[in-house]
Design a protein around this ligand. Structure first.
Ligand code: FES
Length: 163
């Protein structure tokens, strides 16, 4: 299925039609909100955020060469840095703009996954969904995922992990 077909199917789903068949998952499943990947809102890390500070100030460097998928808008990578108490999905949401979302579901102990075609995080255990700012789109989770400021600088992305 092309990305255009997939987008059309998602829009049909949002209008109430049964587009799940077009996605190859069959009809009759529960409705899920379709969210089209969009640039982050005004004030997000890529629009006016200050440059990253020092490690002592809680900025953690993620080198793009260690996660080549992040070089392209739409790319994402799981970033686990135990020494920084950081376990996130880092997403290149639009050219030069990144978000970092905590990778463990707030409902339980499952690792959430980024769905690039829909621009959401989804938990495989009970289906909670989170927007790219971490807010809940669908339960059963009742608390948002923590979103960390992420700023591109040269060949790295710096994530602010307050201590
Ligand atoms: S553990 Fe994620 S929805 Fe239940």
């Amino acid at each position: 299925m092309t990305s255009l077909d997939r987008r059309s199917a998602l829009l049909a789903l949002a209008r109430g039609g049964c587009a799940l068949a077009a996605l190859g998952t069959g009809c009759g499943g529960e409705w899920r909100q379709a969210v089209v990947l969009a640039p982050p809102p005004e004030g997000a890390a890529c629009s006016g955020a200050p440059p990253p500070g020092t490690a002592e100030q809680g900025w953690v460097e993620v080198r793009l060469e260690d996660h080549p998928a992040l070089a392209t808008p739409g790319g994402h990578a799981e970033v686990r840095l135990p020494e920084a108490l950081l376990d996130v999905v880092l997403v290149h949401v639009s050219p030069g703009c990144f978000v970092a979302l905590w990778r463990i579901c707030t409902h339980g102990d499952c690792a959430v996954a980024w769905l690039p075609d829909e621009g959401v995080m989804e938990c495989p255990c009970h289906g909670s969904r989170f927007a790219q700012d971490g807010q809940i789109l669908q339960g059963p989770a009742r608390r948002p995922l923590t979103a960390f400021t992420a700023v591109r600088k040269e060949n790295s992305v710096f994530i602010h992990r307050p201590r």
